[in-house]
Write a protein that binds this ligand. Structure first.
Ligand code: GDP
Length: 308
């Protein structure tokens, strides 16, 4: 790809978008366009069209989305379905209308069926019932993936999509009510250590299994796909390695140096029991992650201490 190509990163303030911008700059891409939420409301079709008319981006990373952890998804389903549908419809349609050369849409492994066989292959999408705690988000994201597929099929637009596993890293959401588990645990253990608390509450039973990918690896994979993949089917992005929430909590506890107890609160939901991606396709395309979980958590904790 031409290093002067005009690239729009939608959602550049977020966890993934900010990592994509860092990685693009590192690779020497010079013409990166961004807009803050205040400058451009992606839910507003007219505003998106005006932005496109003005900038005509050639390549689009669609990393703007309303995201949140298990509780936020459960409490605000209307917002999750509406906002995500609006954002993606507007951006994908504008990219089509203005002949963007390529667009990468981001799904998430949490939109696969709740009881999908593990590890989850790309083809399992839409093969069963969804996890009820994030159904609204999933329906919107599935619509986005399908939309890219159908625009490619009907119009020949080069719109591709990927399915990242649970992500974490710099610029994560550390708000305990809406965050995902890893940033929540970093914050909880850090604060418990600072305040000398005897225990830290971990939601659920600790038995669910999850896979975690550092967002710098995620960004690298996104740019790799933009440069090398043109298929109709989405591509899973993950490490292929999983840990239980209990193991995760113990790892975070050790990295932070907290000495107290873990208290599992089973009144809080566990969510889906296991969520591991099959990353055969990504590996065959020639990309593999490079940051292991311990290094990644250390990096994320460093960012948290410096910025939060
Ligand atoms: P999920 O991967 O979509 O289920 O979303 P989360 O990252 O929010 O939750 C993953 C698992 O971690 C669930 O079983 C949660 O109950 C568990 N968990 C344990 N402690 C926490 C916490 O403090 N915050 C969150 N969000 N999840 C937690």
């Amino acid at each position: 790809m031409d290093r002067n190509a005009k690239i729009y990163v939608a959602g550049h303030k977020g966890l993934v978008g900010s990592a994509i911008v860092r990685n693009l700059k590192k690779r020497g891409y010079k013409n990166i366009i961004t807009r803050t939420h205040g400058e451009l409301d992606l839910k507003n079709q007219k505003a998106v069209e005006e932005f496109w008319r003005e900038e005509e981006p050639e390549y689009v990373y669609l990393a703007a989305a309303k995201v949140g952890g298990i509780l936020a998804n459960d409490q605000y389903p209307a917002d999750f379905i509406y906002e995500n549908l609006m954002i993606q419809n507007n951006v994908i349609k504008a990219a089509h209308d203005f002949n963007a050369k390529k667009l990468l849409f981001l799904g998430s492994t949490c939109i696969y069926p709740k009881n999908a066989p593990q590890p989850i292959k790309e083809e399992y999408l839409l093969s069963g019932f969804l996890e009820p705690t994030n159904e609204a988000y999933a329906i919107a994201k599935i619509a986005g993936l399908e939309m890219c597929k159908f625009f490619k099929r009907q119009y020949g637009d080069n719109f591709i999509s990927c399915m990242p596993t649970n992500l974490y890293g710099p610029y994560d959401n550390f708000d305990l009510k809406s965050s995902h588990v890893l940033p929540a645990l970093i914050r909880k253990f850090h604060e418990a250590k600072e305040e000398g608390k005897p225990s830290v509450e971990v939601w659920g039973t600790g038995t669910p299994l999850r896979e975690f990918l550092h967002v710098d690896d995620m960004a690298d994979a996104c740019i790799f796909l933009m440069e090398n993949y043109n298929g109709e089917e989405h591509v899973n992005i993950g490490t292929g390695e999983e840990v239980s929430i209990k193991q995760l909590a113990e790892t975070v506890k050790e990295i932070i140096g907290y000495k107290g107890q873990l208290l599992f609160n089973s009144d809080k939901p566990d969510g889906t029991p296991r969520k591991l991606t099959d990353i055969t396709k990504l590996h065959e395309l020639g990309w593999k992650h490079s940051i292991n979980l311990k290094e990644g958590i250390e990096d994320s904790y460093k960012w948290f201490k410096e910025n939060y």
